[in-house]
Design a protein around this ligand. Sequence first.
Ligand SMILES: Nc1ncnc2c1ncn2[C@@H]1O[C@H](COP(=O)(O)OP(=O)(O)OP(=O)(O)O)[C@@H](O)[C@H]1O
Ligand SMILES: [Mg+2]
Length: 373
Amino acid sequence: MAVSIHLRKLTRRFDRGPAALDEVSLDIRPGEFLALLGPSGCGKTTLLRLIAGFEAPSAGSLAFGDRIVASESAFVQPEARNVAIVFQSYALWPHMSVGENVGYPLRVKGVRGSAQAQKVAEALAAVDLSGFENRRPADLSGGQRQRVALARCLAMEPGIVLLDEPLANLDVHLRASMEETFRAFHRRTGATLVYVTHDQAEAMALADRIAVMERGRILQLSTPETLYAEPASEAVARFVGHGHVADADLLLSPGDGRARVRLFGVEADIRCPAGLRLPSGRRGRVCLRAEDLEIDRADGFAARVLSSTFKGSHSRLVVEPLAAPGTRLSLHAPSGRAEGESVRIGIRDGWLLPDTVGDAQPAPRKSLAVEAV
Ligand SMILES: Nc1ncnc2c1ncn2[C@@H]1O[C@H](COP(=O)(O)OP(=O)(O)OP(=O)(O)O)[C@@H](O)[C@H]1O
Ligand SMILES: [Mg+2]
């Protein structure tokens, strides 16, 4: 049975340094697939360990449904939480066969004999490993080992499954095929899934919602689509989807979710939060993605082609706006261009980053647009 997870100002401090998890409040819905995305050290594993009960919070509370599992006055032991964890290192017992590994949590629950064998066979079938019962983990590929770890999870029938970078040790091709395995796994268990990754493409492909973390806090929690189209801050824009961030003059924003800006010497209409009304004369920053830019538009800004790479269906160009030397923007073009060629680039769309809107007439600032890699 899937359960909801509720964090209230959940905090974990270690001896020194800032809090590893800093007053995080978060509601995860029953059966939701939530991804935690963020750079190394931002607190992802700490959050999972708190949910699993391997760590106790320094402050705040944690509840599954309406049952408090950790607070100042309560602490439910990990084995009583019905939470399963899958690590990047698989954590299979090397001396046990695949069947024994998958059957272990059942044995602990007192399920034995043919009932156990049947559940093991079902779990292995679900991850496409029927007939692997007698193999040893050492005789399996990395992807197969990870599927055994998932099968062990399935056999437990947990309400909550925590996955800590489960694909980090696998090569790119295997990762893509494992994504489908995870989706099927989620459908099958119906469990509430919290999936840690620092690969944003993986998070986008799998999750219902993504929480972007930085320094022990959640910067933004939203669907992959919203996160990509409407990052709440410059930090999120740079982290997600390779967004370029460029300085712009704000000319008009009447409150209807559109803003007129001047960018690289031309005017453009972009998106901004609905209700945002600004007097002209302010500056702000705009998130521009490759698909927001269009080559050969007469009303576009002048730029020079730095590189052109054939990608099959299109060419990927990197250009430098003449108005902002040092800035690199990438975009897709139907055909390749010569290096050094002069082009005009139209701005089809963009997103005004709400946290960057400054006061009227700030000190002139050099454009800091960079390409996130
Ligand atoms: N047992 C511990 N003792 C002291 N500090 C710790 C401990 N565990 C984690 N930390 C610190 O807490 C912070 C968050 O660590 P955490 O492991 O949660 O990061 P993460 O987001 O999982 O990073 P990564 O992507 O590298 O796995 C880090 O600064 C880390 O050094
Ligand atoms: Mg970690």
